[in-house]
Ligand binder design. Structure first.
Ligand code: AMP
Ligand code: MG
Length: 493
């Protein structure tokens, strides 16, 4: 007999039944593999060839429950755009099981678009091709950029048509995450007023993600502090690459700190602090500049959910929660400041470096210049380079930047490294390639309307190496022409 396709090692199923609903994915009519993420598959210890076989494809699409899988939909609640929704849960995602990757890290294997579950409410439990490709492209680009994120193992067509604003091709995304426990998972149990499951969930997250919290005098407080710090660093990394999540509801924030739920997300082209792309974000609640504040607000929701188990004395519990939340700003400021220093090519941070960075952003905003290319061009300027390595053919600083560039050069002259070392370090943090909206839209259009997946594969391949500029890939580095600009992104549910 063949060995199992996946070596599942499940832990969430050891939690009580009220944490989830057990059910298999609903089979689909005609599964077809669009893309398998082979490096990720290998990292998970999977047999790539077998995943490409009919058995593998049937399994990834949810038509066949593999040995060792214990499929389930997780229960959770959440604040969506600030409004409380007591019952959300995986309405179209099924957790097949957990695997240990090559580094021994436990990972969830989840099928998104796997059919209805007891949490589907009015939804059909399905996903459509456009948003599945978008999540694949953006999550993998984020991983390559070094941002903590869930990953995409595979995208599949289901062979079914899904009714949305029109009939659209159905698809499944196979998602990998360090876990899918959300702030909303804690809120779900907190709202039920029973501290038992809340404590079980907290213990579970400590064991899985923050085991060093176990040694603390108050392990729940240590857990909360660890999550606050991790999230502050994650959101700082969003800000440093110009990523706008678009739907930072508490059910879309993971305890692991990984970025999740790529719906109406976007990278900005021209720098604009108030940038909003999501079609459903009318008030700009989740605008670029609001992301750190919203993350902290979401963490305050987590802290509030944990109050019943933080201390037997409620006043003391509230005070611990508040102090943990207050840590967010300092950790964010440090992470962002260090990251911005690195983008500017500075190893040490001096007084005035924050102003140097923010003055550049002010100029970019004023000139409406491209965020990504401006930093990349700065790296070009850090030392002499050949033309092929430079983005100068598509971006250069105008005379408006003259005095600022002078200040920057003077500051660099006081930094200890050689110009070549500085440049290399700047190239390593200032990408040339990001998943620009117009490129993402273009490949989705080709896939959905013409069944042409070549452009999708080409884009994913370029974005896998975002930091090495190749002039033959120039069109992927270019900002949109005015007629290519995308003003809105959709969650597509
Ligand atoms: P999202 O906006 O993707 O974070 O989803 C919010 C909630 O709606 C989650 O509980 C999802 O499981 C649920 N949901 C989204 N799309 C669907 C769908 N097509 N069918 C059922 N539930 C869905
Ligand atoms: Mg969600």
């Amino acid at each position: 007999m063949d060995a199992a396709l996946f070596q599942f090692d499940n832990s969430y199923t050891l939690l009580p039944e009220r944490f989830y609903a057990r059910l298999p994915p609903t089979p689909v009519a005609g599964p077809q593999l669009v893309r398998l993420n082979e490096p990720l598959a290998r990292h998970l210890g999977l047999d790539v060839e077998r995943l490409h076989s009919p058995e593998g494809i049937e399994t990834l699409a949810g038509n066949r429950v593999p040995d060792g899988a214990e499929p389930l939909a997780m229960a959770y609640a959440g604040f969506q755009f600030g409004s409380w929704v007591p019952q959300l849960g995986d309405g179209r995602a099924i957790l097949l099981g957990e695997l240990l990757d090559r580094d021994g890290v436990r990972c969830d294997l989840q099928l998104k678009g796997a059919g209805r579950t007891p949490f589907s409410r009015m939804g059909d439990g399905r996903a459509v091709l456009g948003p599945v490709l978008r999540e694949y492209i953006v999550s993998e680009a984020m991983a390559a950029l070094g941002v903590p994120t869930t990953r995409s193992l595979a995208a599949l067509l289901t062979g079914e048509q899904i009714m949305r604003e029109s009939h659209l091709p159905g698809a499944v995304l196979v998602r990998v995450a360090k876990s899918h426990v959300r702030v909303g998972t804690f809120q779900f149990f907190a709202a039920q007023g029973d501290p038992g499951p809340l404590r079980q969930l907290a213990e579970y997250v400590i064991d899985r993600h923050y085991p060093s919290s176990r040694a603390a005098h108050n392990s729940i407080e240590a857990l909360l502090r660890a999550v606050v710090r991790q999230q502050a660093r994650s959101v700082a990394s969003w800000q440093l690459v110009g990523f706008i999540h678009g739907v930072m509801n508490t059910d879309n924030m993971l305890l692991s700190g990984e970025t999740v739920d790529y719906g109406p997300c976007a990278f900005m082209d021209a720098y604009r602090p108030d940038a909003v792309f999501s079609s459903i974000d009318h008030g700009g609640r989740y605008a670029y500049e609001n992301q750190p504040g919203i993350a902290q607000w979401n963490l305050a929701c987590l802290a509030q959910a944990l109050v019943p188990i933080l201390d037997v004395d409620r006043a003391q519990a509230v005070s611990l929660a508040q102090s943990a939340i207050d840590e967010f700003q300092a950790v964010f400021r440090d992470a962002y400041g260090q990251g911005m220093g690195a983008k500017l090519g500075l190893v040490e941070t001096h007084d005035g470096d924050v102003a140097l960075g923010s003055d550049l952003l002010t100029l970019l905003n004023h000139e409406q210049d491209d965020f990504t290319l401006a930093f990349r061009r700065l790296a070009d300027l850090a030392a002499p380079v050949t033309t092929e390595e430079q983005v100068v053919e598509i971006f250069d600083f105008s005379s408006a930047y003259g005095p600022w560039l002078e200040r920057w050069k003077n500051r660099c002259a006081t930094d200890p490294r050689s110009t070549r070392e500085r440049q290399q370090s700047m190239y390593a943090v200032n990408p040339a390639f990001i998943p620009r909206n117009h490129l993402v839209e273009e490949v989705i259009q080709a896939s959905v309307t013409k069944n042409e997946f070549g452009p999708f594969h080409a884009l994913v391949d370029v974005l896998a190496c975002p930091f090495s500029y190749r002039s033959e890939c120039v069109r992927y580095a270019m900002p949109p022409r005015p007629d290519q600009r995308v003003f809105q992104t959709f969650c597509g549910t």
